[in-house]
Structures are given as C-alpha cells and as structure tokens.
Design a protein. Structure first.
Length: 488
C-alpha cells in the first residue's frame, strides 16, 4: 500500500511541489518583517519553484497517461498542457503583483500564497476523474479566489467584489453539488468511467433526470468560466479587484474550468444520442449568448479593466465552440486558443497596470497618446488588441481560425455566422482603444514610471509568442493535437 502511494506521488510531482511551495511560503510570510526586500525574496523564491514545476510538467507531456489514487486523478497530456498554461499564467500574475501598486506592500507575498493555492485547485480540477475530485477542485480554487478579489481592503469596491464573488460562488457551488447528488443517485457511482458505462441502459424518466442533473452541475463550471447567464459577477469583480488579481482570474480559473468542461463533455456526451444532441444544443445556445453579451456590453465601457472583463466573456464563448464538435480536433483548437489567450491577456493587463499605477485610474484617458510617451509599449498594446480581435498576422487570428474551421467542418453554419458577427463587434472596441493610444493627444510628456527596463523586457518577451505563433504555429498545434484526453 505504501509502495503504491509513493508510486502515485511520483506521477503527481508538479502538484506536490506546489503544495510544498504554498506551505513554505506560509511559513516565510509568518516570519518576515515589513520590508519590501524580504518580500521580494519570497516572491523570487515562488517564481523559481514554479519554474521547476514547469520543467516537470514539460517532461510529463511525453509520458503515457495514467489513472492514480484509485482512478480519482488522471494524468494525461491534455491535463498536463492545461497545467502548463496555468503555471505560466500564475508566474506572470505573481511577477506583476511585485511591481504593481494595486497590491499593498504588506500583501504582496500573501498574493503569491493565494495564487499558488488557486493554482493547486486548478490543477486538481484539470485532472479530476470523478465527481468528488472535480468538486474539491472547484471549491479549492473558488474559496481562495474570494479572498484575492477583496485584497484592497480599504476600498469599498474591492470589498464589494469579494462579497459578490463569494455569494455567486456559494450559490453556484450549491446548485452544482445538488446536480452531482442526483447523478450519483441515478447512476450509483461518482467515477466517470463507471457512470458512463450505465448511461446506455437509461431510459425515460431516468434519462431525463440525468440530463437535468448535468445542467445543474454545469452551473458550477459555467460560473467559473463566466458563461452566460452566470457571467454577472465578472465585470464587478474584475473592476473591484487589484489588476494582478484580475489578470490571474482571466487565465487560471478560466483554463481550469474549461478543462473540466472539455473532459466532462468528451467522456459523457458521445455515447447516448439523446444526451449528445441535448448537450451540443445547450453549448451552442450558451456560446452564442455568451459571445453576444460579452462583446456588445464591452462597447460602452470606459474602464479598460471592465472592457477586458467583458472581452474575456466573449473569448470564452468562442472557445467553447470547440466543445460542441466532441472530437480531438475541437480540443486542439481550444488548447491552442488558450495558450495564445494567456499571452495576450498578460500583456494587456501588464500595460494597463503600469498606466493605472501612474494615473490612479484605468480609464481610456490614461492610454491617450501613449505612442508619444512609450512608442514600443503602445505598438505592442495595439498589436495585442488586434490579435485579440483576430486580425492577421497575429496568433489571435490563427486561434479564431481554428475554432471557425472545426465549427464549419461540422456544418454548424448558424453559430459560425454568430461568431463572425461577434468578431466584427469586438474589432470595434479594440480598435477604439488602439486609436486612443495612437491618434489621441497626450497630456504632458511625463514618462510612466512602471515601464522600467525589466518590465518592458518581460512585456516584449510575452509579445514574442503573440507575434510568432501567428506565423510559426504548426508545432504548437502538433503539441495541442497530442494532448488527448485519457478515457478508460
């Protein structure tokens, strides 16, 4: 038994490293003095250990898939690639928190602790192979997120953000758990494979109960990734949270929730025709509504954080179109989109954070005439905005093109048209911000203090994949294509 446990742990090294990291960060934070230098060392240590975690994850990409801990956890290329994206996103958010004035100096290392904790929950969610593990992943991820959203304790907007997030999260978790309980009652198991094996024998009322139960369960995942109609919390939480927290929320919880949604869809909704048709129809409707609400509402925003919040809703609505095809090609398209989206989001929030620190607001006005103050940063931000809109030659174009390809190949022309219209809508508000930076008249010639050589180097480093993945994208697509889900 002990030998088997150590065998399992040998396959779970990245998660074990993160748990150890969080524990040591807690000890270090409890002993540190109120000195920025000490907290800088803690953050440096966190980044170094996460880099080691990243190395183990990359080494695991080529390993054979395994079920561990009595089939509660799946280690497969799909979950590993999702974890890589989440770890890189966490590192980016932690680095941003160190230079951001939006995080109080005495809370910078606490941000790292919370971020690693959410990452652990996200990694658990990405590898979940039964309903209990999946629910534990959601709750681990969510509870720490509530704390992070209210980090600016002296501001009412941040406290309100944390309260709204907790209320919506508690309600959605309760509904999801209610759905899981009915699934257990109808199928007699919480293990995914055992549940799937019993689906073909269901008929009539039992089949209807299972379908309704999955819809209730979907509430918990839909809330985490801001799908319509569970998106209401997103703009207020993004607005009230510190910018590093907002950047973190836009990547890690969303990728974890997408991983869970993809795995559930691929495992459960390819066997029984009635369930498949119902689930695909539900995903198409939710995708259309999510894209439309996110992009249309973003048009009238004056806060760039709120704009990026609604923009993220639109992007998630487009990404889940890869789910409706229920095949490996759709998964590959979502994974490539997630990788590209991570880099674009980090850059957008990095630049927004430094401007917000300088001027005390994240409105359009602080971007006015940025081309005259910081030409390189303005050009990179404009390029990222065009990439988010799906304009060639940037990687955002390839990401959207792949999604459109799988949908059209499936002959889902209606939703493809809706997605195309939404892409045009998004182009309007992205170009509006780019126009403000390039053609707007700058107020004064004061340089933005946050754009230090180090920060500019990081932003340029993050921009390289945004540019070159739009040109040399084949290898990443091959990696995404090999990240298959292990079903057994």
């Amino acid at each position: 038994m002990i030998q088997q446990l150590f065998g399992y742990l040998s396959l779970y090294i990245p998660e074990v490293i993160c748990v150890i990291l969080m524990t040591t960060l807690l000890v270090a934070e409890s002993t540190v003095k109120d000195e920025n230098a000490s907290r800088g060392k803690i953050i440096g240590y966190a980044l170094a250990v996460l880099l080691v975690t990243l190395g183990f994850l990359f080494s695991n990409l080529g390993e054979a898939p395994e079920h561990i801990f009595h089939n509660a956890i799946t280690i497969d290329p799909f979950s590993t690639l999702i974890k890589i994206v989440m770890v890189v996103g966490t590192m980016g958010a932690i680095f941003l928190s160190y230079s951001s004035k939006d995080i109080y100096p005495n809370l910078k290392s606490e941000f790292s602790i919370m971020a690693v904790g959410v990452l652990i929950g996200g990694m658990l969610l990405a590898s979940a192979n039964n309903m209990l593990t999946l629910y534990l992943g959601i709750e681990t991820l969510s509870i720490l997120s509530y704390v992070m959203s209210s980090f600016k304790r002296d501001e009412a907007s941040s406290t309100e953000a944390g309260m709204k997030y907790a209320l919506y999260g508690g309600l959605s978790a309760g509904v999801a758990l209610y759905g899981i309980s009915h699934l257990y009652g109808a199928l007699g198991s919480i293990q995914f494979v055992e549940m799937v094996a019993k689906l073909p024998s269901l008929q009539g009322t039992s089949l209807a109960i299972v379908l309704v139960s999955f819809v209730l369960f979907f509430v918990g995942i839909g809330y985490k990734i801001s799908l319509f109609p569970f998106h209401m919390w997103t703009p207020d939480v993004y607005q009230g949270s510190p910018i590093p927290v907002t950047a973190f929320f836009a990547i890690v919880p969303k990728m974890a929730g997408l991983a869970a949604l993809i795995r559930i869809s691929m495992i459960f909704f390819s066997e029984v025709q009635v369930l498949t048709v119902s689930w695909v129809g539900l995903m198409i409707v939710i995708s259309a509504m999510t894209m439309t609400v996110g992009n249309v509402t973003a048009i009238g925003q004056n806060s760039v954080k709120r704009l990026l919040a609604f923009s993220s809703i639109g992007h998630v609505g487009l990404m889940i179109l890869g789910v409706v095809v229920l095949n490996d090609v759709g998964i590959r398209a979502i994974l490539f989109y997630g990788i590209v989206y991570m880099f674009m989001t980090l850059i957008a929030f990095y630049i927004t954070s430094h401007l917000s620190d300088m001027y005390g607001t994240d409105s359009y006005d602080v971007f006015r005439g940025l081309i005259y103050k910081h030409p390189v940063m303005a050009i990179i931000m404009a390029a990222v905005l065009f990439s988010l809109a799906g304009m060639p030659p940037f990687s955002g174009f390839i990401a959207k093109f792949n999604i459109f390809s799988v949908v059209i190949e499936k002959k889902l022309y209606g939703i493809a048209i809706v997605a195309a219209i939404n892409s045009v809508i998004s182009l309007y508000y992205y170009v509006k911000l780019a126009k403000t930076m390039i053609f707007g008249q700058a107020d004064g010639e004061v340089k933005v203090a946050g754009f230090t050589p180090m920060n500019q180097a990081v932003i340029i480093g993050l921009f390289i994949p945004v540019l070159f993945l739009g040109i040399f994208w084949e290898k990443v697509m091959v990696i995404s294509g090999n990240a298959v889900i292990y079903i057994k």
